[in-house]
Each structure stands twice: as structure tokens, then as C-alpha cells.
Design a protein. Structure first.
Length: 68
């Protein structure tokens, strides 16, 4: 469980890497991840959020849908 946030952050970091290396044109691309509240309870998800903040990734958006 919980690979969604990790995958989204990895994709955002890789896109930034390609842009900095000149292998991908900067066109304002963004990564969107639609996540469930159960998925966000996993420690891996919280780690992915902290990595996104530490790396200052502004090209990733994580949306959490809470079910009650």
C-alpha cells in the first residue's frame, strides 16, 4: 500500500532532473496524484511529502480524498 505518493514525487524529481540536464524542455508540466485517506496513513506517504518539501518540488500536486 501507498506507492502513489512515492511514484508521484519520483516522477516530479525525474522531470526536474531532465529539465536541468537539458533533455526535456520546461513547459510547465505538472504531476498530479489522486490519493485515498487510507493510503496517506502509511509512513511511506508522509516520507514522500517530506521529500517533496525538502526538494522544493513545485511541479507535483497531491490530492487526498477522504471517505467517511
Amino acid at each position: 500500500m501507498g506507492p502513489g505518493p512515492l511514484t508521484a514525487v519520483y516522477q516530479a524529481r525525474f522531470m526536474r532532473y531532465l529539465e536541468y540536464r537539458g533533455m526535456l524542455e520546461h513547459q510547465g508540466r505538472k504531476v498530479w496524484a489522486f490519493l485515498g485517506d487510507g493510503e496517506m496513513d502509511q509512513p511511506e506517504s508522509l516520507a514522500a511529502i517530506s521529500v517533496a518539501g525538502r526538494e522544493r518540488l513545485d511541479n507535483v500536486t497531491l490530492l487526498t480524498m477522504a471517505t467517511r
